[in-house]
Design a protein around this ligand. Structure first.
Ligand SMILES: Cc1ncc(COP(=O)(O)O)c(C=O)c1O
Length: 388
């Protein structure tokens, strides 16, 4: 039986030239981005400054709503930013860290960029508690839950861990946080687009991510969902004129906050990136994340099976319910193997403590998995001969 998702392959030019197994890092570019970029240039060239009121000013919120539709967020609750680090910095700036409730609980499996940000909040009064992984794959949920107490203000966690693709039990973490009056910042960068995310069902306070990986949206667009009731009262100190009730009055003095989503934004929006993000978001919406997830479970299972056959170490959960879209495989000389794969047009990446990360998406064929693993086998054989 043919895989119905493969009909989207022709939308992604790079699939004709490479074995593209790296959507955890940068999703393949949809063909439609050429038109989107031309449209952007034409608008700038022909409409000039009028482009702001005719299209560009609203774009940040419109793209926010397009992303919001994929996470079941109410309209107007998702703002757009340059990246996840900025999104979390906006969240951090909403709170007073000088009081008794000043603890941040996170895990060492978070993406380092956001760790650096939270560590830097110590100088503003935050007490940072890091829960360490035991096995390099999972986050010990009991220790994480125990660390969340009455003095905890925020719990920034990855929904899917970038190193191992472990899916955290976000619901349990959010429930515990709410029980003690803490708030959760859910980083859905490695989940949205390959694992379903429903911010209302999870009842998360914040969710953030970017579009360049599983959403095939290119660099430059991060998104921040703020629970609507919080969105009415929080006052980010990382702010600017787009968050003002009347930005074009150019008032002097303190800000008067407008409503979400602009309330959480600050300066001039990143228009070209927003335009580039739209074709990918449209395709993902059309394909449907549930269908992507089903295929992903099947393809990641196949990758694990192939890695096992060779006796390579798999640094990814074996339980499909706990596994996102990536399989991290640590074979001998894995960093060198990764370099060699890239030379052979097999696009993957390598991370310390993970190995080679292979991330099939809805547009990949099952044969491409065999090609990727077959090439690793060949490279290892060649290396063995060369060093004999
Ligand atoms: C879980 C997660 N969070 C955040 C990031 C990147 O953050 P930023 O958008 O600030 O570069 C990544 C990138 O790989 C990631 O995997």
């Amino acid at each position: 039986m043919t895989d119905p998702l493969l009909r989207y392959r022709s939308e992604f030019p790079i699939l004709e030239r490479t074995t593209y197994l790296i959507s955890n890092s940068l999703g393949a570019m949809p063909r439609g981005v050429y038109d989107a970029m031309k449209g952007y240039a034409d608008t700038w060239a022909n409409r000039g400054v009028r482009a702001w009121e005719e299209r560009w000013w609203m774009l940040a919120a419109e793209v926010g709503d397009e992303i919001g539709a994929l996470i079941n967020a109410p309209k107007g609750s998702v703002s757009t930013h340059q990246n996840v680090t900025t999104c979390q910095a906006v969240v951090a700036s909403c709170f007073d860290w000088s009081g008794k409730r000043n603890k941040v609980v996170y895990s060492d499996m978070n993406f380092p960029s956001v760790m650096y940000l939270w560590e830097a909040q110590r100088e503003r009064g935050a007490r940072v508690h890091m829960v360490k992984t035991d096995d390099g794959i999972t986050v010990p949920i009991e220790r994480l839950l125990d660390a969340i107490d009455e003095t905890t203000l925020l719990v920034p966690i990855s929904h899917v861990v970038f190193r191992s693709a472990f899916i955290q039990d976000a619901k349990a973490i959010i429930e515990k946080a709410h029980k003690v009056g803490a708030l959760v910042v859910l980083d859905t960068f490695q989940s949205l687009g390959t694992v379903p995310v429903d911010v209302q069902a999870l009842d998360t306070d914040f969710a953030c991510g970017g579009v360049l990986k599983w959403l095939c949206g290119g660099p430059g667009v991060g998104y921040l969902y703020v629970r609507p009731d919080l969105g009415k009262k929080l006052e980010p100190k990382l702010t600017g004129w787009t968050a003002h009730q009347n930005p074009f009055a150019f008032e002097i003095g303190p800000i008067r906050y407008t409503d979400a989503p602009y309330r959480f934004m600050n300066g001039t929006p990143h228009v070209p990136s927003l335009e580039a993000a739209r074709p990918g978001l449209k395709i993902i919406g059309e394909v449907g994340i549930e269908r992507i997830r089903e295929k992903s479970k099947h393809q990641t299972a196949r990758l694990i099976e192939l890695a096992d056959r060779h006796g390579w170490r798999v640094n990814t959960p074996r339980d499909p319910e706990k596994r996102g879209g990536t399989v991290s495989i640590d074979m001998p000389d894995s960093q060198e193997v990764c370099r060699e794969l890239l030379k052979r047009e097999i696009l993957v990446d390598w991370r310390p403590k993970a190995g080679v990360r292979m991330s099939p998406h809805f547009y990949n064929t099952d044969e491409e998995l065999e090609v990727g693993i077959g090439a690793v086998e060949e490279i290892l054989k060649e290396r063995a001969v060369a060093t004999r």
